[in-house]
Ligand binder design. Structure first.
Ligand SMILES: CC(=O)SCCNC(=O)CCNC(=O)[C@H](O)C(C)(C)COP(=O)(O)OP(=O)(O)OC[C@H]1O[C@@H](n2cnc3c(N)ncnc32)[C@H](O)[C@@H]1OP(=O)(O)O
Length: 432
């Protein structure tokens, strides 16, 4: 279904009616129409950015043409063409366990004009996306968030995490593996293809990951208009002993007062195997005239901590990154492979009524889940948010039970922990 053209789906009637009752218009925006520039300016304003130039509008259009753009308009406003609410969405693929993906309704660009905040516009827009996604057969919706306080009320919850990493290179002597391949600088204008190719190898094995897109790669590569650091972007690739490109590092060096201790800012580092990872991190840490390496969206427990002699030279700050919302419990649970058998009755509470119900969940020795509706008494109860967090195995049922988010006995929690244990720690390595 990732191939489904979401642009052809109708607008949600409930949201349209709710907004109309408040004197507001809910309508789709065509990336090639007159509405597009004001839509983009509204998104930029919502995310505290400046006004987009013509070149930036053209660049954004390349991506947003394939997405479902929806705006909320106030015809009584001073500039009625400028939406007071924006949202975009598209069908993509979430890796549920290594080598297995499930269709995901991805949501982004959620903004409401500061003049119109806290009147229920976001509620209407998010509700509209969830109902549309559910009606189209999606089992999951997902997003990355500006604030952790916003989306829980709609059943989203963190399912994959990422770490912001800072390495003090003066303390970090390399003790990690010696990679057998080679490193080479490559030109910026080759990076869209290179980032795409390496990331595709990474993300299919990485629970919590989604594919990138050309606009994302252009941005990281310093090829998007308006990028003030573009001329400082450099890129290095790793090729293994067979000449296969398995890693790419894109970075800038930001000057500090001490000319021997600048900051190397990693824009992105994708490595399809351990050798590529070690080679690229070693390159960054041992770079001359660099005192600090900073890298965002790294693995929750970054392996580089184990590759230097003073592990406290590496600071990793964990943050929730990928929030999921279950829309169809049987389909979401069937998406992944499990680590151990399980047989229990699960009750899921969903205040929005999209994924409410009671199911018998049976996981066989083959790690496959069968999920059937049942009237039997539930041994385990949880909110739809808790289920979203457990789904990829990024958090243990025992931990959520301690927080009161899962209601189950110790034995049921232990069984859930064994079954849901992730083969690879969930991680999302891009913003979307
Ligand atoms: C996937 C993404 O795009 S993440 C980006 C989110 N957007 C931003 O951070 C941009 C800046 N912020 C905004 O544009 C707006 O404040 C939004 C989109 C976050 C909220 O829009 P609003 O129209 O004001 O929200 P709305 O009025 O529908 O609020 C619905 C509920 O969420 C609550 N809420 C809204 N924003 C926030 C917030 N930032 N933190 C906590 N609660 C919030 C409201 O209080 C309300 O709660 P209630 O139902 O208990 O009364």
């Amino acid at each position: 279904m990732a191939s489904l053209d979401t642009l052809t789906l109708p607008l949600d009637q409930t949201s349209g009616d709710d907004l109309a009752a408040a004197g507001l218009e809910y309508r789709r925006v065509d990336a090639d129409g007159d509405d597009f520039r004001p839509f983009l300016q509204a998104v930029g304003r919502g995310f505290l950015g400046g006004e987009s130039t013509d070149a930036e509008v053209d660049n954004s259009r390349l991506t947003l043409r394939t997405r479902r753009l929806t705006g909320v308009f106030d015809r009584a406003g001073a500039v009625p063409a400028m939406p007071v609410g924006t949202i975009d969405s598209w069908a993509t693929a979430l890796t549920a366990s290594p080598g297995r993906t499930i269709d995901l309704w991805a949501i982004s660009a959620v903004t409401v004009a500061p003049t119109h905040r806290r009147r229920g516009i976001a509620r209407a827009m998010i509700g509209g996306e969830l109902r549309t996604a559910k009606a189209a057969g999606f089992a999951l919706a997902g997003l990355t968030v500006t604030e952790a306080t916003i989306y829980g009320r709609w059943g989203f919850s963190p399912a994959a995490w990422a770490s912001d990493v800072v390495v003090d290179t003066r303390r970090a002597r390399w003790t990690g593996p010696q990679a057998p391949g080679r490193l080479d600088f490559v030109p910026k204008d080759s990076l869209v293809e290179r980032l795409h190719a390496v990331h595709e190898r990474v993300r299919v094995r990485q629970p919590g990951a989604v594919p990138g897109w050309d606009g994302r790669w252009r941005g990281l590569a310093g090829l998007a208009p308006g990028d003030k650091a573009a001329e400082r972007v450099r890129a290095v690739v790793y090729r293994d002993a067979d000449g296969v490109e398995t890693g790419v590092l894109v970075y800038t060096i930001d000057e500090r007062d001490d000319f021997s201790a600048h900051d190397l800012e990693v824009r992105t580092l994708f490595a399809a195997d351990a050798d590529a990872y070690a080679a690229l991190w070693r390159f960054a840490i041992e770079h001359d005239l660099v005192g600090r390496v900073k890298a965002w969206l790294q693995q929750p427990v970054p392996p580089v901590q184990w590759m230097v002699d003073d592990r406290r030279a590496v600071t990793a700050t964990l943050t929730d990154h990928h929030w999921l919302r279950v829309l169809d419990v049987p389909a979401a649970l069937a998406a992944r492979a499990y680590a151990a058998p399980l047989d229990l009755v699960l009750r899921v509470d969903d205040p929005l009524g999209l994924a409410d119900g009671t199911w018998r969940v049976t996981i066989g020795d083959d790690g496959e889940a069968a999920v059937m509706p049942t009237d039997a008494a539930a041994a385990v109860e949880m909110t739809v948010g808790a289920l979203g967090s457990l789904l990829l195995g990024g958090v243990r049922a025992t931990e959520l039970a301690a927080a009161g988010l899962v209601k189950a006995g110790m034995n049921e929690c232990a069984a859930l922990d064994r079954a849901f244990a992730a083969a690879v720690t969930p991680h999302l390595d891009i913003w979307y």
